[in-house]
Design a protein around this ligand. Structure first.
Ligand code: PLP
Length: 400
């Protein structure tokens, strides 16, 4: 096969690969620099809590090194069902829950099971872009619902209503949202749910950051709203709340009728999830929960430090209400955000990503992850100020 044949490949044709390309490029640049402050990936710098690591080590010591149940360890699915319920979610039997190698994998399984060619899937924009990629792989049409600073980048029922057509089949709600770190309030979620019922939509409710909210924000689980259990797939995981990104474990839950096909696809893709990770995840759910609160408070402190820094620099941002991101508008620098990110990395040694990676329809915003200590965040702000001043000075005195 010729290398050029790869361009005919289904994946390369259908999925926009530029996003992974930008991340790879920035990661490569960062690797060649010393002392980079990394506010890029959504990967907690905090370690997985010790009791969870120990449960994984114990599982390995016991020889838990085989394939497991295709839907996931029954004890883990029982714990997931209890956990969903404890946080105001719907009631699920354990055959309505599928454990997956990460929530990201789940997006592809769900999309392939739900979407037929030509179906429309409504996706918040900016939002977590693999939803669009998964839908493209399923030959569905992605309808981006554009959000803006006007609503603090939160999805509203009016926006959803305006995007619905007779072909609309699935709506994605990511709450709290990545990359914007914003929350759709419970009353708005209720209105969106009513629309979903009215227009016979299935909702994929991504609640992976639901335990990381700040101030008086709260996440309303979609599936427990009246009439929604039968039309909602809830996606979540362990990566964010328990700092377990590298264990690669997540899950989704939904009504049995929908789950059967998804379980089949999941099995075809993954067979089962690493047993060690499943035992660690079980310990995460059944062990002490103080670790989640401790990490949330750390992110909250960082969030405040970062916002203070942005305020001092006069850089506007969406009010961060959840997850561990701040979404800031760098248009006043005069550079597109993607270019600004590259200059900031090479000249200031601060890594962050442009919003375009998350499907943003403007190139004005950057996403900053709260994955560094308060001191490092303050240092990042000093570096940002220097680079912004350099850019401003260049613009005032253009080269002759
Ligand atoms: N959902 C959202 C909104 C995310 O931001 C991410 C990762 O960043 C995921 C799901 C997937 O996480 P994982 O595959 O680590 O469970």
């Amino acid at each position: 096969m010729q290398a050029s044949d790869l361009h005919a490949n289904r994946l390369a044709n259908r999925v926009k690969l530029k996003d992974a390309h930008i991340i790879t490029k920035m990661t490569d640049i960062a690797a060649g620099l010393e002392d980079v402050i990394k506010l890029g990936r959504g990967d907690p710098d905090l370690d997985t809590p010790a009791h969870i690591v120990k449960a994984g080590q114990d599982a390995l010591g016991r020889g838990e090194t085989h394939y497991g149940h295709p839907l996931g360890l029954p004890a883990l699915r029982t714990a997931i069902a209890e956990n969903i319920k404890a946080y105001g979610g719907a009631d699920y039997a354990i055959d309505e829950i599928v454990v997956t190698p990460g929530g990201q994998h789940a997006m592809f399984v769900i999309a392939l099971a739900l979407l037929n060619p030509g179906d429309e899937i409504l996706v918040p924009c900016p939002g977590y872009n693999p939803y669009g990629q998964a839908a493209e792989l399923a030959d569905a049409s992605v309808v981006n619902i554009r959000m803006s600073m006007e609503t603090n980048f939160t999805l509203t029922a009016d926006m959803v209503k305006a995007a619905i057509t007779p072909k609309s089949k699935v709506l994605v709600l990511i709450n709290p949202n990545n990359p914007t770190g914003t929350v759709t309030a419970p009353d708005e979620v209720e209105k969106i749910a009513k629309l979903a019922i009215e227009h016979d939509l299935i909702v994929i409710s991504d609640e992976i950051y639901a335990r990381l909210t700040y101030g008086n924000q709260r996440i309303q689980p979609v599936a427990s709203l009246p009439g929604m259990r039968e039309r909602t797939i809830t996606l979540s995981g362990f990566s964010k709340a328990y700092a377990m990104t590298g264990w690669r474990i997540g899950y989704f839950a939904g009504p049995r009728e929908l789950i059967v096909a998804m379980a089949e696809i999941n099995h075809a893709f993954a067979i089962s999830v690493a047993s060690v990770s499943q035992h660690a995840a079980l310990a995460a759910l059944t062990g002490p929960q103080d670790c989640v609160e401790e990490m949330r408070l750390i992110y909250d402190e960082r969030r405040k430090a970062l916002c203070e820094g942005l305020d001092a620099l006069g850089i506007p941002y969406a009010e961060p209400q959840g997850a561990f991101y701040v979404y800031a508008n760098v248009a006043a620098t005069g550079l597109p955000a993607s270019e600004f990110c590259e200059r900031l990395l090479t000249e200031g040694r601060v890594l962050m990503y442009p919003g375009t990676i998350y499907g943003d329809y403007t190139d004005d915003f950057v996403r900053m992850s709260l994955t560094q200590s308060v001191d490092r965040i303050r240092e990042a702000m000093t570096r940002i100020e220097t680079v912004v001043n350099t850019i401003r000075a260049e613009r005032k005195a253009p080269a002759a």
